[in-house]
Write a protein that binds this ligand. Structure first.
Ligand SMILES: [Zn+2]
Length: 148
């Protein structure tokens, strides 16, 4: 089987997008990055919990090194996007928040902001974009929010 290769001769990309491994979100995340953020070329490392791996002291150095530093150096990316999502098993899922989705969202927003601070300590000159993916339309859609 052959599939068209879209990046012949291209060795740099615009961004590194760190996301969760969860199978329910990655296709939609790719679509959002392309259509919602207008980023067409990006490395796409994934780890359970995304921001969680950047914030936990035992894994921060390893995550930053393998998931972000290497892509940055190899592909000269200027932006870092971090995507967390609702009902993330790495955080115990929605049940940890007793089904209170507003509480869950604000928790993830803080996680993302903490991850941004941690990332900027390593890469002060990069643009960091924070995204939270939540269920919408009674679970028929995924809505992506950019977090300030
Ligand atoms: Zn997850």
């Amino acid at each position: 089987m052959k599939i068209k290769f879209n990046y012949k001769g291209v060795h740099h990309c615009e961004a590194v997008v760190l996301s969760c491994i969860d199978f329910r979100f990655w296709r939609e995340s790719v679509e959002f990055i392309e259509k919602g953020l207008g980023i067409r070329s990006f490395d796409f490392p994934s780890v359970p919990g995304s921001a969680k791996a950047v914030n936990e002291s035992y894994s921060i150095e390893e995550t930053v090194k393998s998931c972000i530093s290497v892509p940055m150096e190899l592909h000269n990316a200027k932006k870092i996007v971090i995507i967390n999502h609702e009902d993330c098993g790495a955080y115990g899922g929605s049940k940890e928040f007793g089904g209170d989705s507003a509480k869950e969202q604000s928790f993830h927003e803080e996680e993302l902001r903490t991850a941004k601070r941690n990332i900027l300590e390593h890469f002060p000159d990069k643009e960091v974009i924070l995204v939270y993916a939540r269920f919408a339309d009674d679970g028929e859609a995924v809505e992506f929010l950019t977090i300030e």
